[in-house]
Write a protein that binds this ligand. Structure first.
Ligand SMILES: *[C@@H]1O[C@H](CO)[C@@H](O)[C@H](O)[C@H]1NC(C)=O
Ligand SMILES: *[C@@H]1O[C@H](CO)[C@@H](O)[C@H](O)[C@H]1NC(C)=O
Length: 279
């Protein structure tokens, strides 16, 4: 009886080893902080092993962005199942003097995973402006404990406020045309969210959107992008939502600056993205 169980365990293990597969992935992109290239930024390629406790996340490779903000990274790892590669970007852009680094997380879609050690294709993430926040406020990555919380220096604005946003969206190597983009003032309390404007990307995937509203308090704007890129047959649209840094909010009806989100490849998978049918 005992021997049978041992044989069973061994054959399971043996079978498992047979199915370990080396898989690889390659990513490139360019990082900006506002209009300046974000140089020397740490970018890591990780295989996210989720809650598999005995198998910690594998670091598949890491690099720092060059002087023009660009990076190119590839790596491979062996796993029983399909790997779940993601990119971690550690930076201080638009961090308002908070200690530690902000961490961005972007998951690489499975179609970019190759069998073997040499990636067959490279995912181009685009040109990303790191000023933007994903709707995920506690993404501080600390090596040291938080020293002290700085007092909030939020400036109090009220009255008519305006904002202007632009960017370019791609799906893989093609322009993402006709993608719906909304500019929203997220109100808490009784007011429902105000829509400040909406637009669709043009044939080149380009958009520019302006809006204004009148509020008693400072507006808290976000950009929602509804798209079907890398969405298979899932009904409804993938929704990406970004917070817009408050420094891009102008007083009055005419925005004084434009927030350029950069050029984004919509294939990327972002934290807390949703499927949304009602928009
Ligand atoms: C992967 O990285 C190596 C070393 O950095 C490089 O020589 C190779 O060209 C890269 N492969 C791809 C597909 O980018
Ligand atoms: C798209 O890009 C092409 C080539 O750069 C340009 O000729 C065309 O005017 C652009 N379309 C729009 C709507 O801007």
């Amino acid at each position: 009886m005992k021997t049978n169980i041992l044989i069973l365990i061994f054959s399971c293990l043996f079978g498992a080893f047979l199915t370990f597969r080396t898989q690889s992935v390659a990513v490139k992109g360019k990082l900006m902080c506002g209009s300046e290239p974000a140089k020397g930024i740490l970018v890591k390629l990780i295989d996210d092993d989720g809650f598999n406790v005995p198998d910690p996340d594998d670091n598949m490779g890491q690099t720092k962005t060059s002087n023009d903000g660009s990076f190119s990274l590839n790596g491979s790892t062996a796993e029983l199942s399909s790997i779940e590669p993601e990119l971690k970007i550690y930076h201080d852009c638009n961090d308002e003097h908070k200690p530690c680094l902000r961490r961005w997380l972007i998951r690489i879609p499975s179609r970019y995973i190759s069998d073997g050690e040499n990636p067959q294709q490279v995912m181009d993430l685009g040109t990303l402006n790191l000023e933007k926040n994903f709707i995920m406020k506690l993404l501080l990555f600390c090596v040291l404990p938080l020293l002290m919380a700085r007092p909030e220096t939020a400036k109090k604005t009220s009255g008519t406020q305006s904002i202007s946003v632009k960017g370019v969206l791609r799906c893989g190597s093609k322009p993402a045309k006709g993608v719906l983009i909304k500019l929203i003032d997220e109100d808490f309390g009784q007011d429902t969210d105000d829509m400040l404007g909406r637009v669709h990307t043009d044939e080149n995937g380009t958009f520019e959107l302006k809006g204004h509203t009148t509020e008693f308090t400072a507006i808290d704007t976000s950009l929602s992008i509804y798209h079907d890129c890398n969405d298979g047959n899932t009904p409804c649209q993938r929704r990406w939502r970004f917070e817009i840094p408050s420094k891009y909010i102008s007083t009055g009806e005419t925005p004084k600056k434009t927030f350029d989100i950069g050029t984004w490849n919509l294939e990327a998978i972002l934290p807390r993205e949703k499927h949304d049918c009602d928009h």
